[in-house]
Write a protein that binds this ligand. Sequence first.
Ligand code: WTA
Length: 659
Amino acid sequence: MSTPSRDLVPPPAAFAARARVGSLERYRQLYAESVTNPEGFWARQAERLHWSQKWTRVVDADFTTARIRWFEGGKLNACFNCVDRHVDAGHGNQIAILWEGDDPGHDERITYRELQRRVARFANVLKKHGVAKGDRVCIYLPMIPELAISVLACARIGAIHSVVFGGFSAHSLRDRIQDAGAKLLITADEGVRGGKAVPLKRIADEAVAECPSITRVLVKQRTGKWVPTVDGRDAWIDEELAHPAIGDDCPCEPMDAEDPLFILYTSGSTGKPKGVLHTTGGYLVGASFTHELVFDHQPGDVYWCTADVGWVTGHSYIVYGPLANRATTLMFEGVPTFPDVGRFWDVVDKHQVSVFYTAPTALRALMQHGDAPVLQRSRKSLRLLGSVGEPINPEVWRWYHRVVGDSRCPIVDTWWQTETGAILIAPLPGATPQKPGSATLPLPGVRPLLVDDEGREVKGDGELSGNLCIAAAWPSIMRSVWGDPQRFFDTYFKRFPGRYFTGDGARRDADGYWWITGRVDDVLNVSGHRIGTAEVESAIVTHPACAEAAVVGFPHEIKGEGICAFVIVKAGIATDAALEQAVKDAVRREIGAIAAPDRVHFVPGLPKTRSGKIMRRILRQLARGVTDDLGDTTTLADPAIVTQVVAAVTGRTAHPPTA
Ligand code: WTA
């Protein structure tokens, strides 16, 4: 299926005229240069940062061994690059962080100078509590300024931060703290989202009870609600910061380019989430370069990425990328639908946001409420829109373009991953004609390719499809899985030797445009959040009534993908609505609400091959409501099971016979 050319949306002339990269020819030039002379290209890009010592070698990367090093010999500090150097250059009075609270009456403006002071003081508090270079600090905070400040404070002293999204459960938090061996946890009494409180401290207490590595818990009072504290372990952040012994100065630790900057956990197709490790130099070059180019960063922009800092999008495009480029970055504590469905556009008008970056799932949810809530707000300040996290449906793209952007703002559909650290495939808004639903062309320095299941490159000029791989390293690629280098190699470099395998499938059309078709592994993308089927299955069987579970995704109008669970209960257990709820609650408890199944089917068995592998293809069909024509089932150990599963799913037997 090729895309008709009427679907090509060229960059508006007025936009292109002012853009950093203002024509397709200029993009092609940059791209050609980046692939013919990658070392020269990336060395030039690295100059955008302040290095206290210059690198001796640009890149030393080998995908056959998974050894990847950039800018070796160089020294820099990420916090200095995001904060201090801008103050030193005379921009101390510029707003660095614009904070918009959950409550529309609640906001805060933090200048670069103020940010420097608050980060330095915070870093001094961390040092006072024994945090040193290389130590891991876990951050479990809501979207309040302290989240960005604590991230930067860690970077300032060379501590490795591991931010855990505030929607994760106590068990998920515990697993992440234990895996990283974190010494200190930063949390809040409560978070506030959509007018509702989230009991972060209570969850943190439950997690930390099983984390002997944690010696200190620093607590921010966000709502002031009374929460229990543990003597000798807990301290109030505000009291610590106000202590007379805490000074405004804290030197930035010079870090080697390859020193770890952070760990961020993400789901894979097997096992527990893995700690994606990013290092200092390459990551910051990537985040800064892509933020500038893809969002056409201009002085005076008010830039808003609606993600949570608990995800990679927030790391790279709320904190590190924009601050490295001296942008004004907006941090939003709330949700798109509170106090009403016009909130995003109210915030845009209130803060005169010029660049807006969000996820298709939020747009789908808002689109349901029609155009009026959008049209009632001015949105005149907007000049560029972005999308991330999952494929954007062409009709949602068009709505975003026509209604939100008044048909005058380009849209950058940005494809990337926690592992890639920064955007790899996206239009340059002043240069690349867009096609609704396509992430368009690779950024300079990025060499995507398609391979078939046997690992042969799929080549040619026409329309192609296959597994999306990347041929060569870029600076912000992850360096390892924390504590498990073998898993790093096995996950990304083993299946297609010499290439980085993304886990995504893709098409490349005759114009060379990339269309991401979604994960080809057992990873789900629910509301733009990555969730491993194996994790959800393990969570379900923690319930004593459940013997076995298989989980698949199905198309969901708002979430993109919903979760459908097929569960075998133990002998003699009644399968009723209460048990269904209990299964969902088990997942909420083990992982968090974002992973709770939308549907639960109790089944008498699961379709398995003779070697015992669950044939998910059949379950995916059933989850989509297809019950006939389930394809070839002859390789199943027991083909008759399919009829029984179909009967259970379609409700033809109220209580399936238990195994
Ligand atoms: C998916 C989020 C289509 C993809 C930055 C990828 C996308 C996974 C897009 C990474 C996009 C992200 N179009 N699919 N523009 N952006 N994805 O690690 O499947 O949370 O592999 O990083 O999201 O999710 P992650």
